[in-house]
Design a protein around this ligand. Structure first.
Ligand code: UD1
Ligand code: MG
Length: 459
Protein backbone atom coordinates (compact mmCIF):
# COMPACT_ATOMS: atom_id res chain seq x y z
CA UNK A 1 0.00 0.00 0.00
CA UNK A 2 1.55 3.23 -1.16
CA UNK A 3 -1.43 5.42 -1.97
CA UNK A 4 -1.58 7.53 1.18
CA UNK A 5 -0.86 11.22 1.08
CA UNK A 6 1.60 11.67 3.89
CA UNK A 7 0.27 15.12 4.80
CA UNK A 8 2.50 15.42 7.84
CA UNK A 9 5.67 15.18 5.74
CA UNK A 10 4.71 18.67 4.45
CA UNK A 11 6.51 17.84 1.23
CA UNK A 12 5.74 17.86 -2.49
CA UNK A 13 7.47 14.50 -2.74
CA UNK A 14 5.12 11.55 -2.13
CA UNK A 15 5.84 10.15 1.32
CA UNK A 16 6.95 6.70 0.15
CA UNK A 17 9.67 8.28 -2.02
CA UNK A 18 11.44 9.96 0.89
CA UNK A 19 14.83 8.41 1.47
CA UNK A 20 15.96 6.30 4.36
CA UNK A 21 19.60 5.24 4.23
CA UNK A 22 19.70 6.47 0.64
CA UNK A 23 16.78 4.37 -0.59
CA UNK A 24 13.11 5.32 -1.01
CA UNK A 25 10.91 4.04 1.81
CA UNK A 26 8.91 2.03 -0.70
CA UNK A 27 12.09 0.63 -2.20
CA UNK A 28 13.03 -0.82 1.19
CA UNK A 29 9.70 -2.64 1.26
CA UNK A 30 10.13 -3.92 -2.31
CA UNK A 31 13.66 -5.08 -1.56
CA UNK A 32 12.33 -7.03 1.42
CA UNK A 33 9.75 -8.64 -0.86
CA UNK A 34 12.59 -9.54 -3.23
CA UNK A 35 14.42 -11.25 -0.36
CA UNK A 36 11.32 -13.40 0.13
CA UNK A 37 11.51 -14.44 -3.53
CA UNK A 38 7.96 -13.20 -3.94
CA UNK A 39 6.47 -14.37 -7.22
CA UNK A 40 4.72 -11.08 -7.82
CA UNK A 41 4.61 -7.61 -6.27
CA UNK A 42 1.59 -5.35 -6.54
CA UNK A 43 2.15 -1.71 -5.66
CA UNK A 44 -1.01 0.26 -4.85
CA UNK A 45 -0.46 3.90 -5.74
CA UNK A 46 -2.66 6.95 -5.42
CA UNK A 47 -1.18 10.25 -4.27
CA UNK A 48 1.66 11.09 -6.64
CA UNK A 49 1.05 7.80 -8.45
CA UNK A 50 2.94 8.72 -11.59
CA UNK A 51 5.97 9.88 -9.69
CA UNK A 52 5.97 6.82 -7.45
CA UNK A 53 5.61 4.42 -10.37
CA UNK A 54 8.33 6.15 -12.40
CA UNK A 55 10.73 6.15 -9.48
CA UNK A 56 10.26 2.48 -8.68
CA UNK A 57 10.43 1.44 -12.33
CA UNK A 58 13.70 3.31 -12.88
CA UNK A 59 15.42 2.00 -9.75
CA UNK A 60 14.57 -1.64 -10.34
CA UNK A 61 17.66 -3.70 -10.86
CA UNK A 62 17.72 -6.63 -13.25
CA UNK A 63 18.73 -8.86 -10.34
CA UNK A 64 15.47 -8.29 -8.49
CA UNK A 65 13.29 -8.47 -11.56
CA UNK A 66 10.17 -9.67 -9.81
CA UNK A 67 6.99 -9.23 -11.77
CA UNK A 68 5.74 -5.83 -10.56
CA UNK A 69 2.24 -4.53 -11.16
CA UNK A 70 1.02 -1.07 -10.29
CA UNK A 71 -2.62 -0.52 -9.49
CA UNK A 72 -4.18 2.85 -8.81
CA UNK A 73 -6.38 3.67 -5.88
CA UNK A 74 -8.28 6.88 -6.55
CA UNK A 75 -9.74 8.21 -4.32
CA UNK A 76 -8.29 6.65 -1.16
CA UNK A 77 -11.13 5.14 0.82
CA UNK A 78 -9.15 3.12 3.34
CA UNK A 79 -6.79 0.16 3.56
CA UNK A 80 -9.51 -2.33 2.61
CA UNK A 81 -10.34 -0.28 -0.46
CA UNK A 82 -6.64 -0.12 -1.31
CA UNK A 83 -6.26 -3.89 -1.29
CA UNK A 84 -9.53 -4.26 -3.25
CA UNK A 85 -7.78 -2.50 -6.15
CA UNK A 86 -5.06 -5.14 -6.10
CA UNK A 87 -7.39 -8.13 -5.95
CA UNK A 88 -7.90 -8.53 -9.73
CA UNK A 89 -4.16 -9.02 -10.34
CA UNK A 90 -3.54 -11.42 -7.44
CA UNK A 91 -3.31 -15.08 -8.39
CA UNK A 92 -5.74 -17.34 -6.52
CA UNK A 93 -3.20 -19.99 -5.54
CA UNK A 94 -0.80 -17.64 -3.72
CA UNK A 95 -0.27 -16.30 -0.23
CA UNK A 96 -0.64 -12.54 -0.03
CA UNK A 97 1.54 -10.51 2.32
CA UNK A 98 0.12 -7.03 2.91
CA UNK A 99 2.83 -4.42 3.57
CA UNK A 100 2.83 -0.65 3.89
CA UNK A 101 5.09 1.49 1.76
CA UNK A 102 5.88 3.70 4.75
CA UNK A 103 7.08 0.88 7.04
CA UNK A 104 10.60 0.32 5.73
CA UNK A 105 12.48 -1.77 8.27
CA UNK A 106 10.57 -5.04 8.48
CA UNK A 107 13.01 -7.93 8.23
CA UNK A 108 12.50 -10.65 5.68
CA UNK A 109 13.02 -13.39 8.29
CA UNK A 110 10.13 -11.90 10.31
CA UNK A 111 7.93 -12.09 7.23
CA UNK A 112 9.06 -15.67 6.60
CA UNK A 113 7.86 -16.55 10.11
CA UNK A 114 4.57 -14.78 9.43
CA UNK A 115 4.14 -16.75 6.21
CA UNK A 116 4.96 -19.94 8.10
CA UNK A 117 2.27 -19.01 10.63
CA UNK A 118 -0.19 -18.54 7.78
CA UNK A 119 0.72 -22.06 6.61
CA UNK A 120 -1.25 -21.57 3.42
CA UNK A 121 -4.65 -21.68 5.10
CA UNK A 122 -4.76 -19.27 8.06
CA UNK A 123 -4.98 -15.52 8.49
CA UNK A 124 -1.70 -14.51 10.15
CA UNK A 125 -1.36 -11.06 11.73
CA UNK A 126 1.93 -9.46 12.72
CA UNK A 127 1.37 -7.90 16.13
CA UNK A 128 3.35 -6.13 18.83
CA UNK A 129 2.79 -4.83 22.36
CA UNK A 130 2.98 -1.07 22.73
CA UNK A 131 3.00 0.65 26.12
CA UNK A 132 1.15 3.47 24.37
CA UNK A 133 -1.10 1.86 21.72
CA UNK A 134 -2.94 5.10 20.87
CA UNK A 135 -3.99 5.24 17.23
CA UNK A 136 -3.41 1.58 16.44
CA UNK A 137 -5.86 -1.22 15.75
CA UNK A 138 -6.22 -3.43 18.86
CA UNK A 139 -6.02 -7.22 18.80
CA UNK A 140 -9.17 -8.37 20.55
CA UNK A 141 -8.94 -11.91 21.90
CA UNK A 142 -11.35 -14.28 23.57
CA UNK A 143 -9.12 -16.32 25.77
CA UNK A 144 -6.13 -16.84 23.49
CA UNK A 145 -8.13 -16.81 20.28
CA UNK A 146 -8.04 -13.67 18.12
CA UNK A 147 -11.58 -12.48 17.44
CA UNK A 148 -11.16 -9.07 15.80
CA UNK A 149 -9.06 -6.00 15.16
CA UNK A 150 -10.79 -2.89 16.43
CA UNK A 151 -9.48 0.44 15.22
CA UNK A 152 -8.57 2.95 17.93
CA UNK A 153 -11.31 5.37 16.93
CA UNK A 154 -13.94 2.63 17.03
CA UNK A 155 -12.71 1.00 20.24
CA UNK A 156 -14.50 0.96 23.60
CA UNK A 157 -12.64 2.09 26.72
CA UNK A 158 -11.99 -1.55 27.61
CA UNK A 159 -10.62 -2.28 24.12
CA UNK A 160 -8.42 0.80 24.24
CA UNK A 161 -6.74 -0.70 27.30
CA UNK A 162 -5.44 -3.56 25.11
CA UNK A 163 -1.75 -3.07 24.41
CA UNK A 164 -1.36 -5.68 21.67
CA UNK A 165 -1.77 -3.87 18.34
CA UNK A 166 -1.92 -4.80 14.68
CA UNK A 167 1.27 -3.79 12.89
CA UNK A 168 -0.42 -3.26 9.52
CA UNK A 169 1.20 -6.43 8.13
CA UNK A 170 -0.65 -9.68 7.48
CA UNK A 171 -0.29 -12.88 5.44
CA UNK A 172 -3.22 -14.91 4.13
CA UNK A 173 -4.38 -17.07 1.22
CA UNK A 174 -5.24 -14.95 -1.83
CA UNK A 175 -8.46 -16.85 -2.46
CA UNK A 176 -9.79 -16.06 1.04
CA UNK A 177 -8.64 -12.45 0.84
CA UNK A 178 -10.64 -11.87 -2.35
CA UNK A 179 -13.82 -13.32 -0.83
CA UNK A 180 -13.51 -11.21 2.30
CA UNK A 181 -12.62 -7.99 0.43
CA UNK A 182 -15.95 -8.17 -1.40
CA UNK A 183 -17.76 -8.15 1.98
CA UNK A 184 -16.17 -4.95 3.40
CA UNK A 185 -18.31 -1.93 4.21
CA UNK A 186 -17.77 1.58 5.62
CA UNK A 187 -19.89 1.22 8.75
CA UNK A 188 -17.33 2.70 11.14
CA UNK A 189 -16.35 5.96 12.77
CA UNK A 190 -14.01 6.96 9.91
CA UNK A 191 -16.37 5.90 7.10
CA UNK A 192 -13.51 3.93 5.48
CA UNK A 193 -13.14 0.41 4.15
CA UNK A 194 -10.99 -1.20 6.86
CA UNK A 195 -8.82 -4.09 5.76
CA UNK A 196 -8.77 -5.10 9.40
CA UNK A 197 -12.47 -6.02 9.23
CA UNK A 198 -11.53 -9.24 7.45
CA UNK A 199 -10.51 -10.68 10.83
CA UNK A 200 -14.12 -10.92 11.89
CA UNK A 201 -15.04 -12.53 8.54
CA UNK A 202 -12.33 -15.13 9.08
CA UNK A 203 -13.69 -15.85 12.55
CA UNK A 204 -17.24 -16.14 11.14
CA UNK A 205 -16.04 -18.48 8.36
CA UNK A 206 -14.12 -20.68 10.79
CA UNK A 207 -10.74 -19.80 9.26
CA UNK A 208 -8.11 -19.80 12.02
CA UNK A 209 -6.61 -16.38 12.86
CA UNK A 210 -3.12 -16.44 14.32
CA UNK A 211 -1.13 -13.56 15.76
CA UNK A 212 2.63 -13.66 15.31
CA UNK A 213 3.90 -11.24 17.92
CA UNK A 214 7.31 -9.62 17.71
CA UNK A 215 9.07 -7.38 20.24
CA UNK A 216 11.17 -5.17 17.96
CA UNK A 217 9.28 -1.90 17.35
CA UNK A 218 11.62 -0.75 14.58
CA UNK A 219 10.34 -3.46 12.29
CA UNK A 220 6.81 -2.11 12.35
CA UNK A 221 7.59 1.59 12.72
CA UNK A 222 5.79 3.71 10.15
CA UNK A 223 6.94 7.12 9.02
CA UNK A 224 4.58 10.06 9.05
CA UNK A 225 6.80 13.09 9.65
CA UNK A 226 10.34 14.33 9.09
CA UNK A 227 11.04 13.81 12.80
CA UNK A 228 10.04 10.14 12.58
CA UNK A 229 12.05 9.76 9.38
CA UNK A 230 15.16 11.10 11.10
CA UNK A 231 14.59 8.90 14.15
CA UNK A 232 14.29 5.79 12.03
CA UNK A 233 17.33 6.80 10.00
CA UNK A 234 19.42 7.02 13.18
CA UNK A 235 18.06 3.72 14.46
CA UNK A 236 18.85 2.07 11.14
CA UNK A 237 22.37 3.53 11.09
CA UNK A 238 23.04 2.42 14.66
CA UNK A 239 21.99 -1.10 13.73
CA UNK A 240 24.33 -1.09 10.76
CA UNK A 241 27.14 0.24 12.95
CA UNK A 242 26.59 -2.47 15.55
CA UNK A 243 26.58 -5.18 12.87
CA UNK A 244 29.86 -3.86 11.48
CA UNK A 245 31.46 -3.75 14.93
CA UNK A 246 30.28 -7.29 15.59
CA UNK A 247 32.18 -8.31 12.46
CA UNK A 248 35.29 -6.66 13.92
CA UNK A 249 35.21 -3.25 12.26
CA UNK A 250 36.53 -0.49 14.53
CA UNK A 251 34.34 2.57 14.45
CA UNK A 252 35.58 5.67 16.24
CA UNK A 253 31.96 6.48 17.04
CA UNK A 254 29.04 4.28 15.94
CA UNK A 255 26.73 7.29 16.21
CA UNK A 256 28.72 9.11 13.55
CA UNK A 257 28.56 6.67 10.65
CA UNK A 258 26.17 6.69 7.69
CA UNK A 259 25.85 3.75 5.35
CA UNK A 260 23.51 4.48 2.47
CA UNK A 261 23.91 1.24 0.62
CA UNK A 262 26.07 -1.77 1.32
CA UNK A 263 29.41 -1.53 3.10
CA UNK A 264 31.49 -4.70 3.06
CA UNK A 265 34.50 -4.83 5.35
CA UNK A 266 37.27 -7.40 5.61
CA UNK A 267 39.34 -7.82 8.78
CA UNK A 268 40.86 -4.99 10.81
CA UNK A 269 39.14 -2.13 9.08
CA UNK A 270 38.95 1.10 11.03
CA UNK A 271 36.73 4.05 10.28
CA UNK A 272 37.01 7.45 11.92
CA UNK A 273 34.09 9.76 12.63
CA UNK A 274 31.59 11.31 10.19
CA UNK A 275 32.11 9.05 7.21
CA UNK A 276 29.34 8.47 4.67
CA UNK A 277 29.29 5.36 2.47
CA UNK A 278 26.97 5.21 -0.51
CA UNK A 279 26.10 2.52 -3.04
CA UNK A 280 28.41 -0.48 -2.84
CA UNK A 281 31.67 0.01 -1.03
CA UNK A 282 34.09 -2.75 -0.20
CA UNK A 283 37.05 -2.27 2.17
CA UNK A 284 39.86 -4.83 2.23
CA UNK A 285 41.93 -6.08 5.16
CA UNK A 286 43.39 -3.36 7.32
CA UNK A 287 41.92 -0.44 5.39
CA UNK A 288 41.87 2.82 7.36
CA UNK A 289 39.34 5.55 6.60
CA UNK A 290 40.04 8.98 8.08
CA UNK A 291 37.44 11.35 9.44
CA UNK A 292 34.88 13.08 7.22
CA UNK A 293 35.21 10.98 4.09
CA UNK A 294 32.36 10.48 1.63
CA UNK A 295 32.82 7.27 -0.35
CA UNK A 296 30.48 5.94 -3.04
CA UNK A 297 30.78 2.79 -5.16
CA UNK A 298 34.40 1.90 -4.58
CA UNK A 299 36.55 -1.14 -4.03
CA UNK A 300 39.42 -0.29 -1.69
CA UNK A 301 42.06 -2.99 -1.40
CA UNK A 302 43.92 -4.18 1.68
CA UNK A 303 46.18 -1.82 3.55
CA UNK A 304 44.98 1.29 1.74
CA UNK A 305 44.73 4.48 3.78
CA UNK A 306 42.12 7.10 2.96
CA UNK A 307 43.04 10.29 4.76
CA UNK A 308 40.44 12.74 6.13
CA UNK A 309 38.08 14.76 3.93
CA UNK A 310 38.46 12.57 0.88
CA UNK A 311 35.57 12.38 -1.57
CA UNK A 312 35.29 9.23 -3.65
CA UNK A 313 32.47 9.20 -6.13
CA UNK A 314 32.41 5.96 -8.10
CA UNK A 315 29.87 5.39 -10.85
CA UNK A 316 27.69 2.32 -11.27
CA UNK A 317 28.94 -0.56 -9.10
CA UNK A 318 30.77 -3.18 -11.14
CA UNK A 319 31.04 -0.91 -14.22
CA UNK A 320 34.16 0.81 -15.53
CA UNK A 321 32.99 3.89 -13.65
CA UNK A 322 33.37 2.27 -10.25
CA UNK A 323 36.44 3.50 -8.37
CA UNK A 324 39.26 1.13 -7.45
CA UNK A 325 41.96 1.87 -4.90
CA UNK A 326 44.84 -0.63 -4.87
CA UNK A 327 46.56 -2.30 -1.97
CA UNK A 328 48.54 0.00 0.32
CA UNK A 329 47.59 3.05 -1.71
CA UNK A 330 47.34 6.41 0.09
CA UNK A 331 44.63 8.88 -0.79
CA UNK A 332 44.00 12.34 0.63
CA UNK A 333 43.59 14.36 2.72
CA UNK A 334 41.22 16.43 0.56
CA UNK A 335 41.47 14.19 -2.50
CA UNK A 336 38.73 13.66 -5.04
CA UNK A 337 38.33 10.42 -6.95
CA UNK A 338 35.63 10.61 -9.61
CA UNK A 339 34.02 7.91 -11.76
CA UNK A 340 36.51 5.57 -13.38
CA UNK A 341 39.48 6.44 -11.15
CA UNK A 342 41.48 3.22 -10.92
CA UNK A 343 44.52 3.28 -8.70
CA UNK A 344 46.85 0.28 -8.56
CA UNK A 345 48.83 -0.78 -5.51
CA UNK A 346 50.92 1.79 -3.67
CA UNK A 347 49.62 4.76 -5.63
CA UNK A 348 49.69 8.06 -3.72
CA UNK A 349 47.06 10.71 -4.35
CA UNK A 350 47.57 13.77 -2.18
CA UNK A 351 45.72 16.90 -1.18
CA UNK A 352 43.58 18.72 -3.73
CA UNK A 353 44.20 16.16 -6.44
CA UNK A 354 41.29 15.21 -8.69
CA UNK A 355 41.32 11.97 -10.69
CA UNK A 356 38.63 11.13 -13.25
CA UNK A 357 38.43 8.17 -15.64
CA UNK A 358 42.15 7.50 -15.28
CA UNK A 359 44.27 4.50 -14.52
CA UNK A 360 47.38 4.88 -12.38
CA UNK A 361 49.79 1.94 -12.36
CA UNK A 362 51.65 0.66 -9.33
CA UNK A 363 53.58 3.23 -7.34
CA UNK A 364 52.50 6.28 -9.37
CA UNK A 365 52.22 9.50 -7.36
CA UNK A 366 50.31 12.75 -7.70
CA UNK A 367 50.76 14.36 -4.36
CA UNK A 368 49.57 17.94 -4.62
CA UNK A 369 47.05 20.18 -6.40
CA UNK A 370 46.67 18.31 -9.69
CA UNK A 371 44.15 17.02 -12.22
CA UNK A 372 44.28 13.73 -14.09
CA UNK A 373 41.37 13.16 -16.47
CA UNK A 374 41.15 10.48 -19.19
CA UNK A 375 44.75 9.50 -18.52
CA UNK A 376 46.76 6.31 -18.38
CA UNK A 377 49.65 6.70 -15.99
CA UNK A 378 52.51 4.18 -15.86
CA UNK A 379 54.32 2.65 -12.93
CA UNK A 380 56.33 4.92 -10.64
CA UNK A 381 55.33 8.11 -12.48
CA UNK A 382 55.72 11.26 -10.42
CA UNK A 383 53.14 13.86 -11.39
CA UNK A 384 54.07 17.30 -10.11
CA UNK A 385 52.11 19.82 -8.12
CA UNK A 386 49.72 21.96 -10.11
CA UNK A 387 49.92 19.86 -13.27
CA UNK A 388 46.84 19.07 -15.30
CA UNK A 389 45.71 17.07 -18.27
CA UNK A 390 43.85 19.35 -20.68
CA UNK A 391 41.55 16.56 -21.75
CA UNK A 392 38.59 18.52 -23.13
CA UNK A 393 38.69 20.64 -26.27
CA UNK A 394 35.21 22.05 -25.76
CA UNK A 395 33.55 19.25 -27.72
CA UNK A 396 35.48 16.02 -27.18
CA UNK A 397 37.50 14.32 -24.47
CA UNK A 398 40.98 13.09 -25.36
CA UNK A 399 43.43 10.66 -23.79
CA UNK A 400 46.76 11.38 -22.15
CA UNK A 401 49.27 8.57 -21.82
CA UNK A 402 52.14 8.96 -19.37
CA UNK A 403 54.43 5.96 -19.65
CA UNK A 404 56.34 4.31 -16.82
CA UNK A 405 58.96 6.21 -14.80
CA UNK A 406 58.05 9.60 -16.25
CA UNK A 407 58.63 12.66 -14.09
CA UNK A 408 56.21 15.51 -14.74
CA UNK A 409 57.39 18.74 -13.12
CA UNK A 410 55.14 21.25 -11.40
CA UNK A 411 52.53 23.36 -13.19
CA UNK A 412 52.56 21.45 -16.47
CA UNK A 413 49.69 21.34 -18.95
CA UNK A 414 49.48 18.15 -20.99
CA UNK A 415 47.25 18.90 -23.97
CA UNK A 416 45.51 15.68 -24.96
CA UNK A 417 45.76 13.62 -27.04
CA UNK A 418 49.40 13.29 -26.06
CA UNK A 419 51.86 10.60 -24.99
CA UNK A 420 54.87 11.18 -22.74
CA UNK A 421 57.43 8.46 -23.52
CA UNK A 422 58.74 6.14 -20.83
CA UNK A 423 61.41 7.49 -18.48
CA UNK A 424 60.99 11.00 -19.85
CA UNK A 425 61.00 14.22 -17.90
CA UNK A 426 58.83 17.27 -18.46
CA UNK A 427 60.25 20.50 -17.10
CA UNK A 428 58.13 22.50 -14.68
CA UNK A 429 55.79 25.03 -16.25
CA UNK A 430 55.74 23.28 -19.65
CA UNK A 431 52.74 23.15 -21.94
CA UNK A 432 53.09 19.92 -23.88
CA UNK A 433 51.01 19.39 -27.00
CA UNK A 434 53.21 16.96 -28.96
CA UNK A 435 54.23 13.42 -28.06
CA UNK A 436 57.65 13.12 -26.41
CA UNK A 437 60.20 10.36 -27.01
CA UNK A 438 61.19 7.96 -24.24
CA UNK A 439 64.03 9.12 -22.04
CA UNK A 440 63.99 12.73 -23.22
CA UNK A 441 63.70 15.97 -21.26
CA UNK A 442 60.97 18.14 -22.69
CA UNK A 443 60.69 21.79 -21.81
CA UNK A 444 58.06 23.99 -23.43
CA UNK A 445 57.99 27.38 -21.80
CA UNK A 446 59.33 30.88 -22.40
CA UNK A 447 63.10 31.10 -22.03
CA UNK A 448 64.22 32.84 -18.87
CA UNK A 449 65.72 36.25 -19.38
CA UNK A 450 67.55 38.16 -16.64
CA UNK A 451 68.22 41.83 -17.31
CA UNK A 452 71.09 43.36 -15.39
CA UNK A 453 70.84 46.87 -13.92
CA UNK A 454 67.13 47.09 -14.69
CA UNK A 455 65.45 49.92 -12.77
CA UNK A 456 62.08 49.42 -11.22
CA UNK A 457 59.72 52.37 -11.85
CA UNK A 458 59.66 54.78 -8.92
CA UNK A 459 57.70 57.93 -8.06
C1 UD1 B 1 -3.67 0.79 9.95
C2 UD1 B 1 -4.53 -0.34 10.51
C3 UD1 B 1 -4.33 -0.41 12.02
C4 UD1 B 1 -2.88 -0.62 12.33
C5 UD1 B 1 -2.02 0.48 11.69
C6 UD1 B 1 -0.56 0.18 11.84
C7 UD1 B 1 -6.48 -0.35 9.08
C8 UD1 B 1 -7.93 0.01 8.95
N1 UD1 B 1 -5.92 -0.05 10.22
O1 UD1 B 1 -4.17 1.99 10.51
O2 UD1 B 1 -5.09 -1.49 12.54
O3 UD1 B 1 -2.65 -0.64 13.73
O4 UD1 B 1 -2.30 0.57 10.28
O5 UD1 B 1 0.19 1.25 11.38
O6 UD1 B 1 -5.93 -0.95 8.17
N2 UD1 B 1 -3.25 3.50 2.54
C9 UD1 B 1 -3.59 3.43 1.22
N3 UD1 B 1 -4.86 3.75 0.82
C10 UD1 B 1 -5.79 4.16 1.72
C11 UD1 B 1 -5.44 4.23 3.07
C12 UD1 B 1 -4.16 3.89 3.45
O7 UD1 B 1 -2.77 3.07 0.38
O8 UD1 B 1 -6.92 4.45 1.29
C13 UD1 B 1 -1.90 3.14 2.92
C14 UD1 B 1 -1.19 4.27 3.65
O9 UD1 B 1 -0.47 5.06 2.72
C15 UD1 B 1 -0.26 3.52 4.58
C16 UD1 B 1 -1.04 2.25 4.90
O10 UD1 B 1 -1.98 2.10 3.87
O11 UD1 B 1 0.94 3.16 3.93
C17 UD1 B 1 -1.70 2.31 6.25
O12 UD1 B 1 -2.62 3.38 6.26
P1 UD1 B 1 -2.81 4.29 7.52
O13 UD1 B 1 -3.75 5.38 7.18
O14 UD1 B 1 -1.51 4.66 8.12
O15 UD1 B 1 -3.56 3.27 8.47
P2 UD1 B 1 -3.86 3.49 9.98
O16 UD1 B 1 -5.09 4.24 10.12
O17 UD1 B 1 -2.65 3.98 10.65
MG1 MG C 1 -0.66 4.70 10.01
Amino acid sequence: MAAGKGTRMKSKLPKVLHLLAGRALLQHVLDTAAELSARQVVVITGHGAEEVEASITSSRSAASAIETNFVRQEPQLGTGHAVQQAAPVLRDDGIVVVLSGDVPLTRSDTLRQLIAACAGNKLALLTIDFADPTGYGRIVRQGEVVRAIVEHKDASAAQRAITEVYSGIMALPARQLKLWLSRLDKQNVQGEYYLTDIVKFAVADGVPVVAYKISDPLQVAGINSPVQLAELERAYQMRTAVQLMEQGVRLADPARLDVRGVLQCAQDVSIDVNCVFEGQVSLGDGVTIGANCVIANAVIASGAVIHPFTHIEGGKPGSKDAVEVGANARVGPFARLRPGARLAAEVHIGNFVEVKNSTLAKGAKANHLAYLGDATVGERVNYGAGSITANYDGAFKHQTVIEADVHIGSNCVLIAPVTIGAGGTVGGGSTIGKDTLPGTLSVARGKQVSIANWKRPSK
